[in-house]
Design a protein around this ligand. Structure first.
Ligand code: NOJ
Length: 575
């Protein structure tokens, strides 16, 4: 596969006034860095391991920051690194102000934030306010002190139904499968109350009606803002408020309803009051600190509620992530997303992969319509071709984009992990929807011909096994190869930074009259115009060339004013 890069220069160091420190100095002049930011998700367990224990860590991430700077991203979002028993890979937090020793300590976090800022990279940390770990001090005390303890008010403890309280208080199901309630034992060993956990039993849900919970999270926000972070990705941002009385849903298979209906535990209007409070705190700090909602809502219109001017800054666009490689469906979700964000003045965001879904190189290698939890590799070459095309399409859209570590290498999911290697708690709870997430969490190949491929020191381990064929996908193997996916991303991010019509924006102009399965749009500004053409069909198509090729995901020949777009290919044009 070939990519063309005609006139874009490499990413340049940010101008002094765009570095985070400088932004802090002139907070009165909001520039909205997040309106067009490319934000790179680092999954700390799997990015870089400095000490050879097989688990990534903060010093490892720190050592790779120059790579991210050179890649051309604007910010790094770190999945949780807090003290945690790791029942859900760190999304079960025991202490929100401490780093888990497996990742380092607060000095490492401080050094990481400082180094990132020195390189002009912003840092967003994950905040997990819907639930804590069952090893959080509050929950441990709540159990120890028994029914009636004020600590129990900070979670959802309830007596069970049935003659002896042997049935759960309501019919809610856990996102990871099974009931969303677990029964406790009283301090004297007799069966006691139940507690609510929308995810694993080791992740009890906080009761956000309780003032101590809200106060604690305001304080946690300030702790990390004082540490210098540029924002928060808010886990389960749609889950903190539950419908009054915790009403039954009625019926099973509730997971199928997620994303279609407003559930009594998700997307309740009450959550917005929390974000209005948090926005005030974010705004007290200089440098445009941001909040990003991980909110799974039934429609993009409801997602827009989270990014009203006095709430958060961005919300993930999971409708986009869930869209198949299909021209009509993509055009529609792009339009719907831009239309939904315009009235609230928030940027649209675009994302193809993260640590919870099968990587897009593998999703697009399989039949459409299978969702985001796959265990089949599909047609790898097809998947990679489409993934490259999909990435260029995403990076051409107006707004901000998220890149999940390793997608710039074109990594596929590891679909054949042995069951005994798996750690995703959903895998072990059977009916869950997220049981195959380990496949996208396999540590990154950096260099060399043998595992751990530079993820850790030679001879070191990796907490999930890396496939043998990953040697040829390593950063080292792809660097300097103009046909590699890594060089395509580097070029794309450089062009995106340079071209006046790329990045922030609120609309695209579709070009109609093209063959079915071909998408084309323009973005016009006074400083220059840009066009993007995508062939999503299985055949090459010939269309008028809209300008001069800037970059393409596969070789596209321009002859006599027409371009032959190969199957599954995106081309960027200067118009
Ligand atoms: C969403 C996170 O992305 C996922 O990894 C986690 O399991 C759940 N929230 C629960 O915290």
């Amino acid at each position: 596969m070939t990519q063309y890069l005609t006139d874009a220069s490499r990413p340049v160091a940010p101008a002094a006034d765009t570095a985070p420190g400088a932004a802090a100095a002139s907070a009165a002049e909001p520039r909205g860095w997040w309106r067009d930011a490319v934000i790179y998700q680092v999954y700390p367990r799997s990015f870089a391991d400095s000490d050879g224990d097989g688990m990534g860590d903060l010093p490892g991430i720190r050592s790779r920051l120059p790579y991210l700077r050179a890649l051309g991203v604007d910010a790094v979002w770190l999945s949780p690194f807090y003290a945690s028993p790791q029942a859900d890979a760190g999304y079960d937090v025991a202490d929100y102000r401490a780093i888990d020793p497996m990742f380092g300590d607060l000095h490492d976090a401080d050094a990481l934030i400082r180094d990132a800022h020195g390189l002009g990279l912003r840092v967003i940390v994950d905040l997990v306010p819907n639930h804590s770990s069952d090893q959080h001090e509050w929950f441990k005390r709540a159990l120890r002190e028994g029914p009636g303890s004020p600590l129990r008010e900070r979670y959802h403890f309830r007596p069970g139904k049935g003659e002896d309280g042997e049935l759960p208080p309501n019919d809610w199901e856990s996102i990871f499968g099974g009931p969303a309630w677990t029964r406790t034992n009283n301090p004297d060993g007799t069966p006691g109350e139940w507690y609510l956990h929308l995810f694993a039993p080791q992740q009890p849900d906080f009761n956000w009606e309780n003032r101590a919970v809200a106060d604690e999270f305001r304080s946690i926000l300030r702790f990390w803002l004082d540490m210098g972070v540029d924002g928060f990705r808010i886990d389960v941002a749609h889950g903190m408020v539950k419908a009054a009385g915790l009403p039954d849903i009625g019926g099973h298979d509730q997971l199928k309803l997620l994303g279609n209906d407003v559930m009594p535990f998700f997307d309740q209007d009450g959550v917005h009051a929390i974000y209005r409070e948090w926005r005030k705190i974010l705004d007290e700090y200089p440098g445009e600190r941001i909040g990003v909602a991980e909110a799974w809502t039934p429609t993009v219109a409801r997602t827009a509620n989270y990014v009203r001017p006095d709430e958060l800054h961005q919300a993930f666009n999971f409708q986009y992530l869930g869209t198949d490689w299909d021209a009509a469906a993509l055009r529609e979700v792009i339009d719907v997303s831009l239309d939904a964000m315009r009235p609230v003045g928030a940027p649209a965001t675009w994302v193809l992969s993260n640590h919870d879904v099968t990587r897009h190189a593998t999703r697009f290698a399989n039949e459409p319509g299978l969702g985001t939890q796959l265990r089949t590799p599909g047609d790898r070459a097809l998947g990679l071709r489409r993934a490259r095309a999909a990435s260029l399409l995403m990076l051409a859209l107006p707004g901000s984009a998220y890149v999940y570590q390793g997608e710039e290498l074109g990594l596929p999911d590891v679909t054949d992990l042995p069951d005994e290697a798996r750690q995703d708690p959903a895998f072990f709870r059977g009916a869950g929807q997220d049981g195959f997430r380990d496949g996208c969490r396999v540590p990154i190949p950096w260099s060399g011909t043998e595992a751990p491929y530079g993820f850790g020191p030679e001879g070191g381990a990796s907490w999930l096994p890396q496939p043998a064929e990953w040697a040829e996908l390593s950063v080292e193997a792809q660097t300097g190869d103009p046909n590699s996916t890594l060089e395509m991303y580097r070029s794309a991010l450089a062009v995106r930074r340079e071209h006046p019509a790329l990045g922030a924006g609120t609309a695209v102009t579709w070009v109609d009259g093209l063959p079915e399965g071909v998408l084309a749009f323009r973005r016009d500004t006074a400083e220059g115009s840009f066009a993007c053409t995508v062939n999503l069909t299985a055949e090459a198509v010939r269309i008028p060339a809209p300008g001069r090729v800037l970059l393409s995901s596969a070789q596209a020949e321009v002859v006599d004013g027409a371009v032959e777009l190969p199957s599954d290919c995106t081309v960027w044009w200067a118009v």
